[in-house]
Write a protein that binds this ligand. Structure first.
Ligand code: GDP
Ligand code: GDP
Length: 454
């Protein structure tokens, strides 16, 4: 019926972007202001599509190259199309018709906080008639509380609504997994991304020592300066040789160049940080060890987790850390880094180079964890043991059960659990904890997806 089949959600293995074969096309449709172009930005991981904070702003570019889990596809943003000035619903219907005719799959965006409107219904009619797979994005689900609103969209009859926050990135990984699942099959791929140097983003607050670290790593001479896009001056990546291998440091211009006093500077700095993280495979969060772990540090950690990147935390300025500070730092780590106990931590003094050589082994460990694959057999025998040791608690006479599990992708490790009934959050945390005890996954977030059977 052209709707995504929940059972096929999740992606094939991460791999190299396929050079051969036609690149599948995804059209993004929906009425104005639901967040299409914000979502497109999120999908392409760049700030190319300009989001204007007023409805009806025409955009002159409509198609963008995107990759997710190593698969390339083209995103068509229909937001700017305005063939003529008929009524809103008609216009959107026309837009949907065009999108459906040219795309392999459609991403239909609805504002979950508003619910469905007549204009949405008009699109649904067209999508139902068309023989193209549809993924339904319930946008503006910025937090857990709004999630219930997303599920009301089941009544559109387009299959599972994927709650997402285009602005914050919440849920966008799952959504993209669902999109890939309905796009035409790519050629067979290898398990692990190959080719090209590993991509690292050095991130952290101003003045924590990011550029000092980069300078120590790169030496006084840059090995290669590489213009990432070929057309713009920024961002600039640097290729640096470490431990006999070449690594790509993402957007080093953002680290080396200090932008001062501009309004919106903080906003752009954080945008830059998020973009660098999205483009990287592993993020190195540099923290000033002599100062308290800040909210900003935690926000960056949150971004890394949400983007599903590997993480290493470097406590810099260790020369300034005395015994008393050390005592408090240990407590701060316990309190403020509870979400990422799995991230390798190193203590360094970038200024002198002390222990900077510990970075590469930490990166290697994190990337290894990030790409760890567990076979379906191993996983299910583990799940059997886990449930036997500690079954899900019974709630009002019912006990959710795990029927079967599979790892749908690596980078980050993503697991799909087919269940009867929804597993509680605390039980999910238990599963994650046990997965880590059993299989490692050092340095990497783990994604658990539930597919409750009706
Ligand atoms: P489009 O016209 O459908 O392409 O929508 P835009 O992407 O231009 O977004 C319209 C408005 O919704 C903008 O003000 C966005 O900042 C806002 N918006 C987009 N996505 C989200 C989201 O996930 N959460 C919230 N709270 N606002 C969003
Ligand atoms: P960035 O803004 O994060 O790139 O930080 P910088 O690398 O520019 O460093 C900010 C300040 O911290 C500079 O004065 C550095 O000399 C100083 N700094 C960097 N690393 C260390 C370190 O390991 N120990 C000490 N004591 N100071 C450092």
């Amino acid at each position: 019926t052209g709707t995504p089949d929940a059972d096929t959600a999740g992606t094939p293995d991460a791999g190299t972007p396929d050079a051969a074969g036609p690149v599948p096309v995804l059209a993004v449709v929906g009425r104005p202001n639901v967040g299409k172009s914000t979502l497109v930005n999120r999908i392409i991981g760049r700030r190319e599509a300009v989001v204007e904070d007023r409805p009806g702003v025409t955009r002159d570019r409509v198609s963008y190259d995107a990759t997710w889990n190593g698969r390339a596809f083209t995103v068509v943003d229909t937001g700017g199309w305005d063939p003529d000035a008929r009524g809103l619903a008609e216009r959107i219907a026309a837009q949907a018709e065009v999108a459906v005719s040219l795309a392999d799959a459609v991403l239909f965006v609805v504002d979950a906080t508003v619910g469905t409107t007549d204009a949405d219904e008009a699109v649904v009619k067209i999508l139902r008639k068309a023989d193209k797979p549809v993924v339904l994005a319930a946008n503006k689900v910025d937090d857990q509380r709004t999630e219930a609103e997303a599920y009301a969209l089941w009544n559109l009859g387009l299959g599972e609504p994927w709650p997402v926050s285009a602005i914050h990135g919440r849920g966008s990984g799952d959504l993209l997994d669902a999109v890939l699942a309905v796009l035409p099959d790519p050629p067979p791929q290898d398990d692990v991304p190959v080719g090209g140097p590993r991509r690292i983003a050095i991130v952290g607050r101003p003045n924590v020592g990011k550029s000092s670290l980069l300078n120590k790593l790169a030496g006084s001479e840059r090995v290669v300066v590489d213009d990432a896009s070929g057309t713009t001056v920024d961002p600039v990546d640097e290729l640096v040789e470490l431990g006999g291998r070449t690594w790509r440091f993402i957007d080093t211009a953002g680290i080396r160049k200090r932008v001062k006093g501009a309004s919106g500077q903080e906003y752009y700095a954080s945008l830059r940080t998020s973009t660098a993280i999205e483009r990287a495979e592993v993020a190195v969060l540099v923290v000033d060890g002599s100062q308290s772990i800040s909210e900003q540090d935690q926000r960056i950690i949150q971004t890394v987790r949400e983007s599903g990147r590997a993480l290493v935390i470097a406590f810099n300025k260790w020369d300034l850390v005395d015994e008393e500070r050390r005592y408090y730092l240990d407590r701060e780590i316990e309190r403020d880094l509870v979400q990422v106990p799995w991230a390798p931590r190193i203590n360094i003094t970038a200024r002198t180079g002390w222990h900077v050589d510990r970075l590469v082994p930490a990166l290697d460990r994190a990337l290894e964890g990030w790409e760890t694959r567990v076979s379906t057999g191993q996983l299910n025998s583990f799940l059997g043991r886990l449930v036997a040791e500690h079954p899900h608690p019974v709630r009002s006479g019912k006990q959710p059960k795990i029927l079967f599990g599979t790892q749908s992708s690596v980078a980050p490790p993503t697991f799909v659990l087919f269940t009867s009934g929804k597993l509680e959050a605390s039980y999910e945390r238990y599963i994650e904890r046990r997965l880590r005890e059993e299989f490692g996954f050092v340095g990497s977030p783990i994604v658990l997806q539930q597919r409750p059977r009706e």
